[in-house]
Design a protein around this ligand. Structure first.
Ligand code: UT7
Length: 345
């Protein structure tokens, strides 16, 4: 059984509006040559099958919250705000099972006593979190929300697994959303989202949760992401294409109206297949996977930030942001690109 929600349109008068954008990558880079020196793989295989040349990896002393704080600071500076009403951190790699990562981030940002919570939806986490934030703004529960996607994927990737180690990287990105009107630049439009837990084992960390608590003495201790790559690939192309169409249609946009499609950076061939399925020219589909790999929930805000900085996102463009990940989960939202947004990286 599939649980999916069709797109819902927020009232035209009251929508969430993007006013701040920031991102952070830890300084250390790992090249394909570095990986090939210890794994049975090659630079050529990784470039042609995934589209990645290098990825950023956090040092052992750095946790997801540290990456999130850096991105959050930049987003708040970009928005020129010193306070927000709530913080949501989308992550699959929290600092701890308990407590959540968001309260630590809010504390580090000096945002004392505001609501702060994590959202776990795999690589779709950031788009899910912006949808939740837009709902809070729409309901007037919060006026301004900081939404962060942050991952230390290197903490959950088996360094000896050649089917995952070349794909993933670490990083964080963040946006500040505030109340606005649906027809003004910066406004988020209708979101479409869904999930299908039938495929829960396609991307899964087997141990360390309540199903199989880590117990090294019983030999139960696999703390790493295990992925059925081909299955994930097929579903990703289908779901991303579908949810993009649903979100655009709910906004009243034809596919040809989309100026920029911001696709979760899972694999360059997934983005190409989605563009091909939808008939969107590849020059309208920005990409940064070659330099950052798949950063899971950080992928979308990192790509937004990098695309804004390199001039690929311009005022009033019609943008669709679209994602797919563990769960399976998928989500998309439309966005009118703001005027005068200074992204900071
Ligand atoms: O963010 C959401 C989560 N993740 C994704 O969306 C990832 C989705 N999946 C993928 O990106 C791709 O399925 C992978 C990159 C994981 C794998 O690419 P593929 O083209 O689907 O490769 P494959 O698994 O079908 O393997 C093809 C061949 C196999 O060899 P044989 O059996 O044909 O001899 C693999 O053993 O490539 C081999 N292979 C490798 N060779 C060199 C698999 N990994 C590697 C490697 N280096 N790293």
């Amino acid at each position: 059984m599939i649980f999916a929600r069709k797109a819902t349109t927020p009232s035209p008068a009251h929508a969430a509006r993007l006013i701040g954008l920031g991102s952070y990558l830890p300084p250390q880079k790992v090249s394909n040559a570095d990986l090939a020196s210890r794994l049975d793989t090659t630079d050529e295989w990784i470039r042609t099958r995934i589209g990645v040349a290098e990825r950023h990896i956090a040092d052992p002393a750095t946790a997801t919250s540290d990456l999130a704080v850096e991105a959050g600071l930049r987003a708040m500076k970009s928005a020129e705000v010193e306070h927000v009403d709530a913080v949501i951190v989308a992550t699959a790699t929290p600092d701890h099972h308990v407590p959540g990562t968001a309260p630590l981030v809010a504390h580090q940002l000096g945002l004392r006593q505001i609501p702060a919570f994590d959202l776990s939806a795999g690589c779709s986490g950031f788009v899910y979190a912006t949808t939740v934030a837009a709902g809070l703004i729409h309901a007037k529960t919060a006026g301004t929300v900081l939404v962060i996607g942050a991952e230390k994927m290197s903490a959950v990737i088996d360094p000896a697994d050649r089917s995952t180690a070349p794909i993933f990287g670490d990083g964080a990105g963040a946006v500040v959303l505030t109340a606005g009107h649906a027809d003004e630049p910066g406004a988020l439009g209708p979101a479409a989202w869904g999930s299908d837990g039938e495929h829960a084992d396609a991307i899964c960390i087997p141990d360390g949760g309540s199903r199989r608590p880590s117990n090294p003495t019983d030999g139960v201790n696999d703390p790493y992401v295990r992925m059925k790559g081909n299955e994930v690939f097929r579903h990703a192309v289908r779901r991303i294409s579908q949810v993009t169409q649903e979100s655009a249609a709910a906004a009243g946009w034809a596919i040809q109206d989309i100026d920029r499609l911001i696709v979760h950076q899972a694999n360059a061939r997934i983005s190409a297949a989605v563009a091909n399925t939808l008939g969107i020219p590849t020059e309208r589909v920005p990409s940064n996977i070659i330099h950052v790999g798949n950063t899971s929930a950080a992928s979308i805000p990192l790509l937004l930030s990098h695309s804004a900085i390199d001039g690929q996102l311009k005022a009033r463009q019609r943008v669709v942001v679209t994602s797919f990940g563990a769960g399976f989960t998928w989500a998309a939202t439309t966005l009118l690109w703001p005027i005068d947004l200074q992204a900071l990286a």
